[in-house]
Design a protein around this ligand. Structure first.
Ligand SMILES: [Zn+2]
Length: 206
């Protein structure tokens, strides 16, 4: 992998970054992708310095890896299963910016507004489109880890500039944010679909 700062090739870029003076730029777009992945399917590795995730969706895994550029060196297939693993380069940036994922307990950071690029990865990972025959679509985002403060989460979504979702505990006991038809249309037309999960956008966002 090439270090974007000094331009040299390294087999382990993370080790180079740990010992060299190089600190490549993480763009706000890359930050928002990382944040969306971490809010949904991702986790921070035990070192606290790299972000990891795995999906059955190869197309999406490769897409995330490509979008992260130097932060990620492709995806790896798990030996015995059709699961695709992604791991970022270990770097200070992850350690400094994603420490809200502490002790393995995932709590969404509400001190910064939600953005379109974060929301679309959150939705790709933890959301689905409820499509009802002859009726309108509803965008639903699971948030089991935020069960105790769903109303606060809904207010945060609204204060970030999106329509306010309805917090809902389903009959099956799962906690979700639910958007009505009009709001679903507005949001899905605003946040572009991600590769591999285009179907979650239904007829919207094209
Ligand atoms: Zn370098």
């Amino acid at each position: 992998m090439k270090c974007p700062d000094c331009g040299k090739e390294f087999s382990a870029l993370g080790r180079h970054l740990a010992f060299a003076d190089c600190s490549p730029t993480v763009t706000s777009y890359q930050h928002d992708v990382l944040r969306g992945v971490l809010m949904s399917d991702g986790w921070v590795g035990t070192s606290g310095r790299c972000l990891q995730a795995e999906w059955a969706n190869k197309k999406y895994a490769k897409y995330v890896s490509d979008e992260l550029e130097w932060l990620c060196d492709g995806v790896q297939k798990r030996s015995n299963r059709d699961i695709w693993q992604l791991s970022t380069v270990s770097c200070d940036y992850i350690e400094n910016n994603f420490s809200w994922y502490s002790s393995g307990q995932k709590r969404w950071p509400l001190n910064k507004k939600l953005t379109d690029d974060t929301l679309k990865h959150l939705y790709a990972g933890d959301g689905h489109l409820k499509q009802r025959e002859g009726r309108s679509d509803a965008m639903i985002i699971s948030c089991e880890n935020e069960r105790d403060r769903l109303k606060t989460i809904a207010v945060w979504v609204e204060s970030s500039g999106y329509p306010k979702p309805t917090p809902h505990i389903s009959n099956a006991g799962s906690s979700v944010l639910y958007f009505n038809t009009e709001d679903t249309r507005e949001i899905l037309n605003r946040i572009a679909p991600v590769d591999g999960y285009e179907y979650k956008w239904g007829k919207h966002g094209n």
